[in-house]
Design a protein around this ligand. Structure first.
Ligand code: IPM
Ligand code: MN
Length: 391
């Protein structure tokens, strides 16, 4: 069956980037279950690569909440860098980043999220957050009477702007006269490049038998300023793709359709905050957070950047260290990494490895059939072993 979400338009014909010999992968295990699922991902990668002849190197970056604390970072307020500028520059020289999850229960909300995850997404200009919503055969969905045929779409989330841009502030904090703002920032450039990527995905998917449709999800009836910018960008890009059907849903209606008629979606393009929300819903209908993969992409081959692949789930402190996390989401993120970067670098063995792991994950999911994928009775390591056995 293979992996369907890479984009041949962007991702072929640019070999030799960064003096390519073998794939150089930066590893950020992070915190909590991040470390556990990355370990399984790397076991699977090693076993699959032995079969395909794929060659790669791994370089560890011990970035995360734990390091922040170990280095004396203040858990209550940002004090030292979570990731340094030097590290960000080093990361640019890699072909890909494989990230587990970051976040620490002893650190106040926002410090690690803004100081590391969002910082990397913004500094590396990873303007696409690619989040497939794919129900694998055998996996239980909470939606009655829906099958893998029905739940198979691609969310293209804008990843550098919107409510995440960090514009705003608070005055008279802690008083009865407290005032805060959190502004939604949309640029025509930011919307347009994201929408164009979505249309290109739809072209590639149409060639693979999908409908060929892009649905813009926004709230243009209320957010008339930012919504207007997105709609104007959408209409302009849609005009460049006469073979792709343009469509529009308000975000509230989108949530309803995802639960009632997910088969109506092919490619969804959505600003940052709405994309964050609907992709948790997407994960839920495709079997839970243990299944959801993502890629933070800078698809521009000329940019001095690197893409970062991570499961959608977080560090899950409540189950960390117990071997309870499902590693499938991380393994599927690795599949996306191999496929996307393999196309950039014309690395046939990487693409072959992606296909092999993808097939093994599907076999494993079918074998786990009947269980809730985020409450497996098998341990993290046992699921990894099942995937390796299925290779
Ligand atoms: C995600 C996460 C992040 C986001 C958080 C941890 C900053 O929820 O990747 O979806 O909101 O983007
Ligand atoms: Mn999220």
């Amino acid at each position: 069956m293979g992996v369907k979400f890479h984009n041949d338009i962007y991702f072929t014909g640019v070999p030799g980037l960064k003096g390519f010999e073998h794939m150089k992968i930066a590893i950020i295990r992070g915190d909590g279950v991040g470390t556990e699922v990355v370990a399984e991902g790397l076991n699977v990668l090693e076993a699959a690569a032995a079969q395909t002849g794929f060659t790669y190197s791994l370089t560890e970056f011990p970035i995360g909440g734990q390091r922040y604390l170990d280095q004396g970072g203040n858990p209550a307020a940002p004090s030292i860098p979570v990731v340094t500028d030097k590290e960000i520059d080093e990361l640019r020289s890699f072909d890909a980043i494989f990230l587990g999850a970051v976040g620490h229960p002893d650190i106040a909300p926002g410090i690690i999220e803004k100081g590391m995850l969002l910082k990397l997404r913004f500094e590396l200009d990873q303007y696409i957050n690619l989040r497939p919503v794919t129900l694998f055969p055998g996996v239980t969905t909470p939606l009655a009477n829906k099958t893998p045929e029905d739940i198979d779409f691609l969310v293209v989330r804008e990843n550098t702007e919107g409510l995440y841009a960090g514009s705003g502030g608070v005055l008279r904090e802690g008083t009865q006269h407290e005032v805060s703002t959190q502004e939604m920032i949309s640029t025509r450039h930011g919307a347009e490049r994201c929408i164009r990527f979505a249309f290109e995905q739809a072209v590639a998917r149409k060639a693979a038998g999908y409908e060929g449709k892009v649905t813009l999800v926004h709230k243009t009836n209320v957010l008339t300023f930012c919504g207007g910018t997105w709609k104007r960008a959408f209409d302009a890009v849609a005009a460049e793709f006469p073979d792709i059907k343009p469509d529009y849903n308000h975000v509230d209606a989108c949530c309803m359709y995802m639960a009632t008629t997910p088969e109506s979606y092919d490619v969804v393009v959505v600003p940052n905050m709405f994309g964050d929300i609907i992709t948790d819903l997407g994960a839920a209908i495709a079997g839970g957070m243990g299944m959801a993969a993502s890629g933070n992409l800078n698809p521009d081959p000329a940019a001095n950047s690197v893409s970062m692949f991570e499961p959608v789930h977080g560090s899950a402190p409540d189950i960390a260290g117990q071997g309870k996390a499902n590693p499938v989401a991380a393994v599927c993120s690795l599949v996306m990494l191999l496929d996307q970067v393999g196309h950039i670098t014309n690395d046939a063995a990487a693409i072959e490895t992606a296909k092999k792991i993808d097939a093994a994950v599907r076999t494993t999911c079918a074998a786990l059939s009947g269980q809730r994928m985020d409450r497996l009775e098998q341990s993290t390591a046992q699921v990894g072993e099942m995937i390796i056995a299925a290779l």
